[in-house]
Design a protein around this ligand. Sequence first.
Ligand code: NAD
Length: 506
Amino acid sequence: MSSAERDELVCTNVVGHLIGSSLEAGGSRTTPVYNPATGRISREVQVADKATVERAVSVAAEAYPAWRQMPPVKRARIMFRFKELLEQNEERIVSLITDEHGKVLDDARGELRRGIENVEYACAAPELLKGEHSRNAGPGIDSWSEMQPLGVVAGITPFNFPAMVPLWMYPIALVCGNTFVLKPSERDPSSTLLVAELLYEAGLPEGVLSVVNGDKETVDALLADRRVAAVSFVGSTPVAEHVYNSAGGKRVQALGGAKNHAIVMPDADIDNAVSALMGAAYGSCGERCMAISVVVAVGDIADEVVAKLAAQVRELKVGPGTDDGNDMGPLITAAHRDKVSAYVDRGVEEGAELVVDGRGITVPGHEDGFFLAGNLFDNVKPGMDIYKDEIFGPVLSVVRVDSLDDAMQLADDHEFGNGTCVFTRDGETARYFSDHIKVGMVGINVPLPVPVACHSFGGWKRSLFGDLAIYGPDAVRFYTQRKTMSQRWPSSGDRERARFSFPSSD
Ligand code: NAD
């Protein structure tokens, strides 16, 4: 099938599933996929029912024994070809992301490139999986540890990074020797599906990866299937907690929501800090789990920070993501746009000062799109809903405090602990902050401290359920189980007596 024919089949009407390498139908329900810039339904996506999920898991279970035995270097070579295909198909993937998610094309490019970095990391499979060896661990005894795969593992991903977040999961899970069933977000499934198909084009053996589209019904079927050994979940905290608690003994990592605080110290370079905050708060319309949603202004710089932010928020260019001149595209759905807008209403009711009001905008030519402009609140207090809840939209709250310790206390007391950053020119402040703050990912003059692929990504508190973060070194631990062997070859001439003391190296 040519790529044009394939795009025609998958992207114009009903999006199905990828069971092994075949695009298939499955399930009696569909759910609409919108172009959020126009507000129109662009296609439907099928909801995989229990039978479809069971078929995908069966295909993965059948593929597992041979895939598990394939030398890691050969698995890595497939990933290398996959990386090349992702790069060659960048514009196709990016345009599907923008079409269904709404983010501006350049932002979609950035997402894909960060995703590809995880594929590059997975290319190091022979190094990552080489294990540990101790010669003469005891008298004449050698000992070694291997990281063995788990079997069939599943991934469940959110709408806001339809290309990148799945790539946080299956490249590394696969090179570790597992087979994988992915359940992407039903709101923007097409780029995820295309990326998975490219892995088959790169030479993935039949059945090693499947993609089942759908919603809660599909997730529940995956969780109920006893053949699925482990689940990686990324999404909102209530669903993360549900998945973590209902996985029936599977290994689970469930990454949830966030409320990321940026602390601006009096000695910071205010102009640069404000520029950094603008991108981190309003980029991708605030629909990022690492978005800055709270600015904590320390001391007497608050007026200057608010004034400079306000000037830039008023200048934000809002429009369709297909125009790279825009700073922000639309939100993902009308319902989500209305929810975010209702939070702005709520902030006003709660007594916060709405410095810039982005509600109710219309983009000429895109009157039905799900747009909202940038919103900025000052004098936000910790008891307010707009401070406590993850809004996941273009709404930034400024809280004023007197000291670094007051600022850190706020971040520490918040239920989420995903990311944070401090803007300062003082090394002692920076070191104290990174040493003590109760948050998983910390930036020093870096507003979006998303770890690179050779580190791992994970928040603290109710931003992560489970013990291991996602991608990077933690992913090798998550997707493998350690087996440790001890071996000796006594001479056949030696006669040995039974020993009843616990064996030691003496
Ligand atoms: P979501 O929780 O609504 O959906 C995530 C996935 O779970 C989707 O595949 C969805 O189909 C499925 N799902 C939804 N409701 C379900 C239910 N009741 N039972 C079982 N499965 C269900 O999240 P979203 O709106 O797609 O994404 C935004 C959220 O994801 C935000 O809270 C954001 O902070 C979070 N997120 C977190 C990270 C992270 O790394 N911590 C990264 C990206 C997004």
